[in-house]
Design a protein around this ligand. Structure first.
Ligand code: SAH
Length: 245
């Protein structure tokens, strides 16, 4: 039967190719293509690998079931425990700024739902991700496993301290807002490495990209953003974050 489609063997990607050819894409796939076109490509994200990853990863699986209808909308969504899955555009911008190459190792701080983790895992060789809240880390680990990501390593801890045993990293993506750049993260960047992190108050931040060069650190400021606070030794104190929230 598969021969008649000119295919060598039956596997999932080929089935989806048959489906695509026949024009029978699912509702969520359609919503995802629209999300990439309208919210991401139109606003200037051009890296084709980033766009392909955003088209591929099923964002609706990363949000609570009663929000899956809203998964592809232009906004962050609650994932429980007072945390959020970032707006799709913000995930794309952060990923594009970190430019993870296929042979590179990436550290993510703030696993949350695991959605940004999956996008990074599509692009890089290995993704190490740290989450402070054990329940979120467990949930993300389970889902990423079920979706077949074998290049993701998640642990519970304070990501503002980085993951020293696994350093250096080619890119570090922090998905929570910090008052300043945590020193250990800069130390754990390899030469030529990029650190992408929202810096500012607990109400509003600027997305910063730090590049580690031979003799210096180069910092660039990008778009304004609003992230939940990064809580840890080299970030906000838990009490201070509560007071500001
Ligand atoms: N990347 C996530 C965004 C989650 S929101 C996603 O795509 O869903 C940010 C996450 O950072 C929250 O889950 C929060 O618990 C976590 N966080 C805050 N401070 C942290 C720290 N010091 N170390 C690790 N995770 C932290």
């Amino acid at each position: 039967m598969f021969r008649s489609f000119g295919l060598e063997r039956a596997s999932l990607p080929e089935w989806s190719w048959i489906c695509r050819k026949a024009g029978c894409v699912t509702r969520y796939e359609r919503q995802r293509y629209r999300m990439v076109e309208r919210q991401i490509r139109k606003r200037g994200v051009r890296n084709s690998r980033v766009l392909a990853a955003m088209e591929k990863v099923p964002r609706h699986r990363f949000v609570p079931e009663d929000s899956s209808e809203h998964a592809y909308e232009d906004s962050p969504l609650s994932i429980g425990k007072g945390q959020t899955i970032s707006q799709p555009y913000m995930v794309a911008v952060m990923t594009e700024s970190a430019v993870p190459e296929a042979h590179e190792r990436v550290l993510e701080v703030g696993t949350g739902s695991g959605y940004q983790t999956a996008i990074l895992a599509e692009l890089a060789r290995e993704v190490y991700s740290i989450e402070r809240i054990p329940e979120l880390a467990e949930r993300a680990k389970g889902l990423l496993g079920r979706l077949g990501y074998e290049n993701v390593f998640i642990r519970v801890g304070d990501g503002s301290e980085g993951w020293g045993e696994m350093a250096p990293f080619d890119a570090i993506v922090v998905t929570a807002g910090a008052p300043d750049i945590p020193e250990p993260l800069v130390e754990q960047l390899g030469l030529g490495g990029r650190l992408v992190i929202p810096i500012g108050s607990s109400h509003h931040q600027t997305l910063c990209t730090v590049r580690k060069e031979t003799k210096s650190i180069r910092k660039e400021e990008g778009t304004g953003c609003v992230f939940v606070p990064l809580i840890g030794t080299f970030a906000w104190e838990e009490k201070a974050a509560e007071k500001h929230s």
